[in-house]
Design a protein around this ligand. Sequence first.
Ligand SMILES: NC(=O)c1ccc[n+]([C@@H]2O[C@H](COP(=O)([O-])OP(=O)(O)OC[C@H]3O[C@@H](n4cnc5c(N)ncnc54)[C@H](OP(=O)(O)O)[C@@H]3O)[C@@H](O)[C@H]2O)c1
Length: 327
Amino acid sequence: MNKRRLGPKGPIVSALGLGCMGMSEGYGAADEREAIATIQHALDLGLSFLDTADIYGPHKNEMLVGRAIRHRRAEVFLATKFGFVSGASTRQLDGRPEYVQVACEASLHRLGVETIDLYYLHRVDPEVPIEDTVGAMADLVRSGKVRYLGLSEVGPATLRRANTVHQITALQSEYSLWSRDPEDNGALETCECLGIGFVPFSPLGRGFLTGAIKSPDDFEPDDFRRTHPRFQGENFARNLQLVAELQRLAQDRQCTPAQLALAWVLARGEHIVPIPGTKRRSRLEENIGAVQIALAADELASLNAMFPRESVAGSRYRDSMLALFAP
Ligand SMILES: NC(=O)c1ccc[n+]([C@@H]2O[C@H](COP(=O)([O-])OP(=O)(O)OC[C@H]3O[C@@H](n4cnc5c(N)ncnc54)[C@H](OP(=O)(O)O)[C@@H]3O)[C@@H](O)[C@H]2O)c1
């Protein structure tokens, strides 16, 4: 497996990560045995960068990842996140310094590890200055509980403020052929400028860019893609036309649409490490194939032309989630 560095001074990780969220929530039922086998197969293949969060499940996903890596901790670069609050709390987000400590201890316990390699703030708490939250995260680095710090879904101003308190190693935000916000809002450029790695989440467009999803009726009733505007009604039908073009190009290139979508993300920069999610070994193997695909300039141009911003129908999240982005 090829390697990449998250920023010029950051850690070296596998060029592709594995998103584990769908193994515990969001995208329909999962077979736990196959999910654990998928994580272990990823390690066998040298894909060592695993992504989870305390809120996935809630909590179940960290426990599942913990079980999968129990005897293989040294092979893993382990990333998790905190900030979303589940249960009876009246807060949706918590970035208070005292909570940072509590959340980290709980994640360490569920994962069954002594150190988290990359600890992200999942979303900025609007009631707590980012400097205070990152200050508490920096304390975790000093005490050896965490190695590197990350943020998720923030823009240039927040990144810069956070980075004055402690080096931010990675920004994780949605980025794919049909979700180009990090290009438009300056986040990608700021990451390059500050030496921060960029970790695109949902690089397969939550599965849509693979061509495997033909209708919103394919989703199970509790699948949270049903709440995303671009997966609904007329928007869904219009977006399917974009995927048909991607499928044609993949056929010419003798690869799959998923591989092409990932190869495009990988081609955007050497500091970019996407984390496609799957709960199946067969798809993991398919997705890893993307690392071997080098796209020529004319192919990149064709892909860019295929997905102009205005051609994608519907926003990537419902408004209440979009509002949590911290510019
Ligand atoms: N920071 C954040 O706020 C945030 C938000 C969302 C996600 N994430 C992280 O990013 C990771 C990846 O994002 P994501 O899972 O939302 O979206 P994604 O990687 O774009 O797509 C995952 C979906 O694609 C399907 N899939 C994967 N490979 C496929 C293939 N080769 N052919 C057909 N279908 C395929 C998966 O189904 P199967 O599992 O059935 O294969 C799953 O439904 C998550 O697991 C999570 O760790 C972070």
